[in-house]
Design a protein around this ligand. Structure first.
Ligand code: NAD
Length: 484
């Protein structure tokens, strides 16, 4: 791709210009440099992508599972060979530090590795003599064209929660990546071509809301995998379900982290700082409010403030900063709005990152680590997703009170507890009602071979991303009863 050029859609194995004339800039959020422009494709481009995917389906479905897996094995080798190039491209367009970029690419690759097991993952089951002389079996079959609509914060990994499983199972796929940082995943598409993925099996349409809506409305799209904010997740879930499609829609988060007085405070401090401020807080698994039970509150307050104040900020490709910028000027304004709201609501501002800058990069979208005291579900900053480097502290007298705060939050993506008590950890697992739980872990990260997705307002659907759920989502179980 030529620098500053408009990125092309990838339809039926060809790089094709979008039919739409509108474009948006894709910029380096640290330096402000224009990297490319992304087209705002519409229903015409989506129609062409779905048609290409539909055309490719019969022969891809008929390709033996082991041969489909071989393409993914080849892709895994190519991804490893291009690992550093992918990580630095990601750092350039997203802004998070190189270690975090490498982590994202690694997690993406793990999904390809898991999907390589498709010959066994896709096996059905048989039971003889469900009645005398009658046998019953299930056969897992692909459904056709699936679509993915994905967010900006993990622009390589999140698409790879989906399409490797969908295509491994014999479906074809249309991806609508985030319009904010779509470039590194284009490199992955190049690698799928080199790996020998047949034309039309994986297609990419760039754009924003209109392209996403066209995918949801297209009659030949059998199912939608979505990740993004909860308001959009809910809308996509309703829209796709109303059209009879399968849908898994992962939404936003507000993650409360509980520290008990018996915790290892040094470990908890390190894990929580990384949870709150890693990726500048732009993770659905980012810690948001730290709940200190009894003595844990003053201990954690002192340590977290000291740690947060010493966090380094800068451009990922220079030095080794802990934190990069946030994705855009618009998103920075949104986060600043929340900080002002917190002050208005009466939360005590302990650390103020609003004026933070990085001298060499005056055009970067910088916000320094910010900390409020006295935060809880009564406050907007204690119940809404900020998606930036803004943490809160709350003090409670018992684990039950901490759980009560968690129950009052409408999101249910992740919670963590820091403790040396197995009994307390079990209480949290049993009563929190949250899908991802960290025990002495600040970020309960998605693992390819386990399901990933939230509860309450963080998830709309039944089958989650990755793990066994991915195979179930992208296949239908056909049941055959036979008597000979
Ligand atoms: P977003 O909701 O703005 O956009 C997500 C995708 O939806 C993009 O591809 C976008 O183009 C599209 N989109 C936006 N508005 C739309 C509309 N009205 N109709 C149809 N499509 C639309 O999210 P974002 O800002 O890119 O990402 C951040 C959000 O994603 C946060 O809320 C974060 O918590 C969430 N997220 C959740 C998870 C998870 O696993 N639950 C993982 C990563 C990010």
């Amino acid at each position: 791709m030529v620098k500053d050029a408009t990125v092309a859609n990838y339809l039926g194995g060809e790089w094709v210009a979008s039919s739409g004339s509108e474009t948006l800039p894709v910029s380096n959020p640290a330096t402000g440099e224009l990297l490319a422009r992304v087209p705002l494709s519409g229903s015409e481009d989506v129609g062409a992508a779905v048609e290409a995917a539909q055309r490719a389906f019969p022969s891809w479905r008929a390709t033996p599972a082991i041969e489909r897996a071989r393409v993914l094995f080849q892709l895994k080798t190519l991804l490893e060979g291009n690992f550093e190039a992918l990580a630095s491209s990601l750092a350039r367009e997203h802004g998070k530090n190189l270690e975090e970029c490498r982590g994202e690419i690694r997690r993406g690759i793990e999904n390809v590795e898991h999907a390589c097991g498709i010959p066994t993952l896709m096996m059905g089951s048989t039971l003889e003599d469900i009645a005398p002389g009658i046998d019953c079996e299930t056969v897992l079959q692909p459904l056709g064209v699936f679509a993915g609509i994905t967010p900006y914060n993990f622009p390589v990994m999140i698409p790879m929660w989906f399409w490797p499983y969908a295509v491994a199972a014999g479906n074809t796929f249309v991806l609508k990546p985030s319009e904010q940082d779509p470039l590194t995943h284009q490199l992955v598409i190049d690698l799928t071509v080199q790996a020998g993925l047949p034309k039309g099996v994986l297609n990419v349409v760039h754009g924003a809301r209109d392209a996403a809506t066209a995918l949801i409305e297209h009659p030949d799209v059998k199912g939608i995998s979505f990740v993004g904010s909860s308001a959009v997740a809910r809308q996509i879930y309703a829209g796709a379900a109303a059209r009879g499609k399968r849908v898994q829609a992962l939404g936003g988060a507000k993650n409360y982290l509980v520290v008990l007085p018996d915790a290892d405070y040094d470990h908890a401090t390190e894990a929580i700082l990384s949870s709150l401020f890693g990726s500048a807080g732009q993770r659905c698994l980012a810690g948001s409010v730290v709940v200190g039970v009894d003595d844990a509150y003053p201990e954690m307050k002192e340590r977290l403030l000291e740690g947060a104040a010493s966090i380094s900020m800068g451009y990922a490709l220079e030095g080794d900063p802990f934190m990069g910028p946030v994705i855009s000027a618009r998103h920075r304004e949104r986060i600043l709005g929340y900080i002002e709201e917190g002050i208005r609501e009466g939360a005590k501002l302990l650390l103020d990152g609003r004026d933070a800058t990085v001298k060499a990069y005056p055009k970067g979208h910088w916000i320094g680590p910010t900390f409020f005291d006295n935060v809880g579900p009564d406050l907007v900053i204690g119940r809404e997703e900020i998606f930036g480097p803004v943490g809160g502290l709350a003090q409670v007298g018992s684990l039950d009170e901490a759980l009560e705060l968690i129950h009052r939050i409408s999101y249910g993506n992740m919670t963590s507890v820091f403790t040396t008590s197995g009994c307390a950890a079990r209480e949290v697992r049993y009563h929190a009602g949250i899908s991802m739980l960290g025990i002495n872990i600040g970020v309960a990260a998605p693992m390819a071979f386990f399901p990933f997705g939230g509860a309450k307002g963080s998830f709309y659907g039944d089958l989650k991303a990755q793990g066994r759920d991915a195979i179930d989502f992208y296949t239908d179980k056909r049941v055959v009863i036979s008597r000979w």
